[in-house]
Design a protein around this ligand. Structure first.
Ligand code: TTP
Ligand code: MG
Length: 277
């Protein structure tokens, strides 16, 4: 079945080559007694928090600015089994009358660190929010904010060495303290030129002046994370070519949805290839 879907949509799937536990040193809630990790991708002896029973299967939709994440999220959120935790964009645009998103784009050297600290806090809160449905759905994650956006700002000199170091200290502390585990990533892969044009055409004033280079840099970092594992992959990744028009994208969403919703058999069949392709 998976191959069938892959042929139709240009979809591919990657498993992380190493357990994220190796990197994060265990994502353990303070005070919690941990249990052996049963994931086939965990190194022997890896631990997970014993709050595992509260943990809901978490899907994060990732991709460049304007790649269509919200569209896919709204589509998936219609399913009974799914509960969406919306991205906190409104908070980033309005904190006591300050629009941090606008400030960051207007003067990135001055405001990137402040903006990203707030993004990171709201992301940690979204990861931690408890949901009742079997599947929890998020737009991006605390991980992509760090590995793509902050990395980009640091590499481009918009964030200083000192700010980057402190940011990473907070990233480690937050991911150690909150359950930021992700079970599946859907990566919307797009051409940076296309998403640059989409951003220009939509009415989000803060993004009107973002140069094409910014989209190219973010795309490169996403690719380095998703395909080359420059940073550890938190979960298996479904890579979906998202360059098509909306009606074609809806057909693709429809094709992959059952695979995602039926995740248990889908994931098991990939780990133990009992289905011969
Ligand atoms: P996006 O997550 O890119 O949301 P979007 O609505 O643009 O994406 P899509 O069209 O695919 O639904 O983030 C909104 C804005 O916030 C965007 O301008 C990028 C910016 N941003 C950062 O600068 N740093 C971050 O860490 C994150 C998560 C977003
Ligand atoms: Mg969005």
């Amino acid at each position: 079945m998976w191959r069938f879907v892959s042929r139709l949509c240009g979809v591919s799937l990657r498993w992380p080559s190493r357990c994220s536990d190796d990197f994060w040193g265990g994502n353990v809630v303070p005070g919690a007694v941990s249990e052996p990790c049963v994931s086939p991708h965990c190194s022997p002896g890896a631990r997970v928090p014993n709050s595992a029973s509260k943990h809901k299967f978490t899907i994060c939709v990732e991709g460049n600015i304007g790649s269509g994440k919200s569209t896919l999220l709204n589509y998936l959120a219609k399913f009974r089994e799914v509960e969406m935790v919306a991205e906190q964009l409104d908070k980033w645009r309005s904190i006591r009358g300050n629009n941090l998103l606008e400030m960051m784009y207007r003067d990135p050297c001055r405001w990137s660190y402040l903006f990203q600290s707030y993004v990171q806090l709201t992301m940690a809160q979204s990861h931690a929010v408890s949901t009742t449905s079997p599947v929890k759905l998020m737009e991006r994650s605390i991980h992509s904010a760090c590995f793509c956006f902050v990395e980009n700002m640091y590499l481009n000199g918009k964030m200083s060495e000192a700010e980057y170091s402190v940011y990473w200290k907070w990233y480690k502390a937050l991911t150690d303290s909150f359950d930021c585990r992700v079970d599946l990533i859907v990566y919307l892969r797009t051409d940076p030129k296309l998403v640059h044009a989409r951003a220009k055409n939509r009415a989000r004033v803060e993004e009107q002046e973002i140069p094409l280079e910014y989209f190219i840099d973010l795309h490169k970092l996403y690719e380095e994370w998703m395909s080359e594992e420059k940073f550890p992959l938190a979960a298996p990744v479904i890579i979906l070519d998202a360059n098509d028009d909306l009606s074609t994208m809806y057909r693709k969403y429809n094709l992959i949805t059952q695979e995602i919703m039926d995740n248990k058999s889908f994931l098991t069949s990939l780990v133990q290839p009992k289905i011969s392709y």
